[in-house]
Ligand binder design. Sequence first.
Ligand code: 5GP
Ligand code: MG
Length: 479
Amino acid sequence: MCGILGIVGVNEKEDVYNELICGLTTLQHRGQDSAGLVTFDRTFHLEKKLGVASEVFKQNDLDSCRGAWGLGHTRYATQGETRLMDAQPFTLNHPYGIAMVHNGNITNFEQLRENLAQDHRYLIETSNDLEFLLYTFGLELEKTGMFRVTPESVFQAVEGVQRKVQGAYATIALIAGQGMVAFTDPCGIRPLLLGRKDTETGPAYAFASETKCFDYLGYTPIHQLGAGEAIFIDANKKIHTHSGVSKRQAFCVFEYIYLSQADTSFHGRLVASDREKLGHVIAKRFQERGFDPDIVIDVPSSGYFFAQGLAEALGIPYKKGLIKNNQAKRSFISPTQALRKKIVHQKHNPLKTVIQGKKVAVVDDSIVRGTTSKHICDLIRRAGAEAVYFVSGAPAIKHPCIYGVDMPDPGEMVAAIRTEEEVAEFMGADAVVYPSLEDMRSLYQGIGICDACFSGEYPSNVSEETLEAIRQEKVLSCR
Ligand code: 5GP
Ligand code: MG
């Protein structure tokens, strides 16, 4: 997973790099492995390093980053270590000069690798899917044969990419001196929005992964790109839109559940409110089963709004019962189970006075391997709870994500191979409570969602062989 940002600044005299860095810090939760930016005046100025936006950019390096047009990126590499060469943005000097960032995961990478090598003598050098998008876009733009790009030639190139490249990609490209184009894959799986800021000297525009970025930078969100949609801002800052190659929209529902932050809105719906609504739905599952917890607590930080909604609907207190050690590393993407367990053990401390003698409903956003939940159940029991109901904000995760969310092999997913009773037994809970897939689907009626990690229904056509190839591919790109 990654955070992406593109800014078309107010006027040529104002450098955009400070705004890019500030914007990237608001998208930092989407990726902390590397941060990068590129600006353009007469040429591209590229700065990227391993680490987080607030630390990697040094004023000395930024002094040369001139230009009012720029792109930014935060990267979350899910396989092994990030290498600097995999950090985004990437640039290409022909045709025109193109800089690009993306968020997502490409599924037909083997075929693209072969075609680019055989037909165009390209060598794919990094383990980042962005290379496929950038070279394909460059080749398609070159094919239009224009001396200067036009909206039509840009959209033709976008469609060429959308026909050739399969999977999930929210992409922003800066075409040197000619404009900025943003587009999504034909299902619109990963998020991308357009915002506008009006100033005394004219408008500025930004494309970003989340609306929270606009809030901090003072932009108003004006549009979320739909499935396959492309938006081109030309050199005169005129906006051109195009519907592109599109299928049924399948926006990643896990963006609402976990990936995005609570203060972001997608398709006009605040992430925090949707989490609360799922909490209300989960309350019904409690009532059906005759469970009567005394308190609701959350697994910080992403369980909070589900927990609040659940407590409200059950009419019982929400309490802070677990304190998170913010210095602990991220457990989820550690390479071995032993390491994941070790980190999980350093992450939370229970408040005994809150938990002792209580029937506790403890809420996390999701259960994947069950590493976190098993440990949390143990902690809560040792703190003296009378009963532990472990609640997942998301339905049971049973299938791998092939579109950029780091989900392990189904063999490692606790719910893929167990009944609900067996999951509860595995984690040492009195019961585990999930919303059903139907509960979640009815909440998102009207927005086409991708729920493949719950349902196994992949919106882009993928064969069993592709699924297997993705499983095998250990050096997958930006996810
Ligand atoms: P588990 O411990 O069951 O394997 O994973 C669930 C925990 O990991 C939850 O606390 C959830 O917040 C977190 N989580 C779920 N999906 C992701 C992800 O894609 N990346 C990271 N870093 N954490 C995740
Ligand atoms: Mg968590």
